[in-house]
Design a protein around this ligand. Structure first.
Ligand code: PBG
Ligand code: ZN
Length: 334
């Protein structure tokens, strides 16, 4: 970009001199319609257990989930991502395929209560359901166990079908398995669900920022880490390849996760692809803001809105965020 004229003809402060003028030339608008709220669902009754590392986020039993959704709806939030808090785990994550388990149960309940006035997205992965905490079933690889990509795919498809049959509007596979989008698309289409969109966790990095979530969902890997399937935070070009493959396989929406340390990835994916783009403002990003605010070191409202705005400015259309309710209140000036 070339600037033909300079000071004193050009004065950038001219456009910053009053709040109304600054408002007029605002480039990025944050709206409650941009938010997707993740909710943690747990078996039981009357459970509303605050998550220690994620203040104002709760593990919710289905009855309390309904109240939480109702209060979010009253703030203008209509899209939700449901996450399972396990009460039993095994090596294959079999409860992920049980239509009587808590996520399908919660989906049916919410559908009954709210009809189609809310939009329900399900996180499709096995790490919350397996006792080893990895994102699929394991098989020996060299001198250790590793996620068996191809053997996990049919199970992942089955998990999506269980959720869709129970009322999920959209599936969001988060396991970073090769070929997962293709397998799910085919599996959904074969069972009469060609209308269900797939939100791919397309560029998901192996990240320390998931720490509080793993406490919340009780899903840390019991050995090793997720470096064998999630991406290396040092890589940018690889994110483009990952995303291009998901587009080719039939993803309807794309995602970058985490958000805050990956704004360059959000920006570049927005430039290269035309699909709607979601950013996941993850648990660790949330926890840092809450902790610093609690210490009185930052202004929570100001910093939260700044972060969410920066994610949109980078190019995200939608943001999955635990800040959704408080941000919705602030945007309404409540
Ligand atoms: C996997 C899943 C994770 C998150 C969302 N879905 C955990 C992981 O990949 O380890 C993390 C979200 C967060 O940290 O807020 N089911
Ligand atoms: Zn997983």
């Amino acid at each position: 970009m070339t600037v033909n004229a300079g000071f004193p003809a050009v004065r950038m402060r001219r456009l910053r001199q009053s709040p109304l003028l600054r408002e007029l030339i605002t480039e990025t608008e944050l709206s409650v319609k941009d938010f997707i709220l993740p909710l943690f669902v747990k078996t039981g009754q009357k459970i509303r257990q605050e998550i220690a590392s994620m203040p104002s986020c709760y593990q919710l039993s289905p009855d309390c989930l309904i109240d939480e959704v109702r209060s979010a709806v009253s703030l203008g939030i209509h899209s939700f991502s449901l996450i399972w808090i396990p009460d039993r785990k095994d090596p294959e994550g079999r409860s992920a395929l049980d239509p009587e388990e808590i996520i399908p149960t919660a989906l049916r309940l919410l559908r009954k209560e709210f009809g189609h006035s809310i939009y329900l997205i399900t996180d499709e992965c096995f790490c919350e359901y397996t006792d080893h905490g990895h994102c699929g079933i394991m098989s020996p690889h060299q001198d250790r166990l590793d996620v068996d990509n191809d053997a996990t795919l049919p199970l992942l498809v089955e998990q999506c079908l269980v959720h869709v049959r129970a009322g999920a509007d959209m599936v969001a596979p988060s396991g970073m398995l090769d070929g997962m989008i293709q397998a799910i698309r085919k599996g959904l289409d074969n069972q009469g669900f060609s209308h269900i969109p797939i939100l791919s966790y397309s560029a998901k990095y192996a990240s320390g920022f998931y720490g509080p979530f793993r406490d919340a969902a009780e899903s840390p890997p019991q050995f090793g880490d997720r470096g064998g399937y999630q991406m290396n935070c040092a890589n940018r070009r690889e994110a483009i390849r990952e995303t291009a493959l998901d587009v080719m396989e039939g993803a309807d929406l794309l995602m970058v996760k985490p958000a805050l340390s990956y704004l360059d990835i959000i920006y570049q994916i927005r430039e290269e692809f035309q699909l709607p783009l979601v950013a996941y403002n993850v648990s660790g990003e949330y926890a840092m803001v809450k902790a610093a605010a609690k210490m009185g070191w930052i202004d929570e409202k100001r910093v939260t809105l700044e972060i969410l705005k920066s994610i949109k400015r980078a190019g995200a259309d939608l943001i999955i965020t635990y800040h959704a309710q408080s941000a919705a209140r602030w945007l309404k000036d409540l």
